[in-house]
Structure formats: structure tokens, C-alpha cells
Write a protein that binds this ligand. Sequence first.
Ligand code: URA
Length: 436
Amino acid sequence: MLAQEIIRAKREGMALDEAQIQHFVRGLVDGSWSEGQVAALGMAIFLRGMGRAEAVALTRAMMHSGRVLAWPDMPGPVLDKHSSGGVGDKISLMLAPLVAACGGYVPMIAGRGLGHTGGTVDKLEAIPGYQTAPAPADFDRIVRTLGCAVIGQTGDLAPADKRFYATRDVTATVESVPLITASILSKKLAAGLQGLAMDIKCGNGAFAATPAFGQELAQSIVDVAAGAGLKTRALITDMNQVLGWEVGNALEVRGAIDYLRGDLPREPRTHELTLALGAEMLVLGGLAADTPAARRRLQAALDSGAAAERFAAMVAALGGPADLLDHPQAHLPTAPVVRPVPAPRAGRLTGMRTRDIGLVIVELGGGRRQPGDAIDMRVGLDRMRQLGDVLSEGDPVAMVHAADDAAADRAIAQVLASITLDDASAPWTASPLVMA
Ligand code: URA
């Protein structure tokens, strides 16, 4: 079988059979498919699509491209959450320890930034010493003893996705229902889960820009997961603005710590989404009878400090500083230049081109232009205003954290070009965070 013939078949819109898909996935792992061939098939699939049977075959082949974990004798349900990718989406950092504090076991294999979106693994690597690729025995032990460990894809877990993901990131082939489905589920199935809550982001900062795409992706993930025996619930959630106050790796870790500690009021949309996804997980795992009971349990774990303690213990167990929660400023890297983005006039913030804001972070150095690029953990935006906020002229729309003044100047101009300010007296209705 020849790689170029498989690419040609898909280019012509033909359905690939299982043998062709397995050939591709083997080629991803053993290197027998060149980078050009991987990119070409990715683009052909992007343009021509895949039927459900092909998506199932791709998911299965990628799942079995490496080790498949099993969690025998766990005292509680093995659960996870995954987001289809957003801007400022730091929910996994809080949710894993929160669900662990409620009795779940969360072996979270998270991803890196993709396109304009951030990745949980990149964020965690902002924590000095944190090992996102621990030895398998350590991962197993930490999940069993602490209830959660958030790590990256190791070389032996869904390695086909690891390579394909990196190629898709830089070849504009991300926004494809079968490719996203196979990418997400291959990792989740390889992690040996019993229940998965999916956060399908929808809007101008998501790969699913329209509700129709969001619905199609949710349906595809739920169907393919069910076919593989994994109970999955999907929420479709709004990504027409940055999620929360921070975007950028170290800044989002700081935001997650503030959220877990709860010393300051929690950003309402971040809190709502954390509870909504956490409730899905607890109900999936039989840890709560229904959504209201689940939300009460989650809130109690936040209020008691139990979730914050789990996060601190996980960070320390994975090599990070033992006092990160008490002294985040002593450990998280900070940018040398911090400047406000001043509102050019008074008005209400009514629109955000969220994808462009994600690209601001990439251009500041907080994301990659090429696979393997180093990331500047320090950069990003914080104190980001939310849609509906009313600003006076000169009020900061956000604070830019940059490596130097020139980068800050560019970012300030780009953020201003990405937002809409309207008359504050015009009627305003916030769109719902959980759309379906
Ligand atoms: N998240 C993933 O893990 N894979 C994708 O393709 C998109 C989002």
C-alpha cells in the first residue's frame, strides 16, 4: 500500500477503509509517512470529510497506536473532562482536583496549544519543576493516591495523535469534525476512562465557529465514544469571548490558583462552567444523584479548601513547588513589561474577536508557530474585561504582559482591533454560557 495512493483516494472524496487508515496511523508512529504526506492527508480529510465508520476506524487506530491504560481496583469512578479548545480555558486545572476532592479519579491526559487555542499541558509547564511526562508508574500512583494527575501525552499513549496534532496545528487542518473527534477520543479511550464530560466550545474563539458545527462535533464525539463503550456527556458552551480574566500560560495558572483558593470573588463564567462540567462528571460517575446535588458537592469541596489542597498535592507530587498555592508569585514566571490596553472611548464591551485574541497570545510568544517551538510562559493578558462590562475612556480593557515594549505595542493595537465598544445606554443581553 502506498501513502500517496491513500492521499489520492481521500483527495478524490473516497471513503478510506480500515486497512488504509491503519497504514496511515502506523506511518505516523514509525515515521514511514513523511511530514508532507501526513499534512496532505490531513488537508484531504479536512476538505473531503470522513463518514462515521472512517472516524471510528481512525479513532480506534490512534487509540491503539500506543499503550492503553486500565484502572483495576479503583475505589471510585475513573472520570475525565476534555475541551475542544478555547481561549483562556483553564477549567481543567481546577476541575481535575475538584472532582478528585469529590471522590472521582481523574487521570487527565491533556493537550498542548493548538492553532489559536491554549493547551493545559503548556499551562502546567509554566510551573517550575512540574513533570508533564512522569514515569507511568508515578502517574498511576499519583492518580490512585491523590485522585488526579494532569499530564501530557507520553510517547506511548496515543502517539499517533501526538504527531498528527502537532502537524495539524501548523497546517490549518484543525477545524474538522472527524479529526477533532479522533484526536480527542483516541487519547481519552487510551486513558481507560469510565466517563467523559466533553466541553464543546462554540463561537468565534472555537474550532466550532457555528452552533451547527458545535452540534455536529458533539454528536460525533458522543456517537463514536458510545461505540467504543465510553459514557460521554457533551455540553456546548459559548466561546465568543475569552473565558475568564486571564489568557496566557503562567497567567492562567495564576487564575486557576486564585479560583481554587477563593480569596477573591470567582469570575462568574469560569465558576459556572467549572460547576456545570463538574456536575456532569459526578453524575456520570454515580457520585451524585443529579445535577443540583452534584453542584452542592462541588461547591462544598471548593469552600472547604479540599479542591485547592488536591491541586497543591498534585503539583508537589509531579515535581512542582510544595508552596505554589501559598506563594504563586515566587514561582510563576512574570513578564518584564506589563502595560494596560486603554479603552479608546467610553462604552459597553459588546464584541470580541476571540480567535484574534488567541493569536495575540501566539504572537506574544505564548503559543507556537512551528511544532516544537519554545513557549514564553510569561506573556499574555490578564484583567480581561468581559462582554457587557461598561468602561470609561482610558479604562484598561486588559493588561498586556510582554517580553518587551515593541511586543506590548503590537499586542495593545491587536487587542483594540479585536473588541467592539458600543453605546453603554443601548440594551444589552448576555448570551448564555451553556448553550446546549
Ligand atoms: N483538542 C484535541 O485534543 N484535539 C483536537 O483536534 C482539537 C482539540
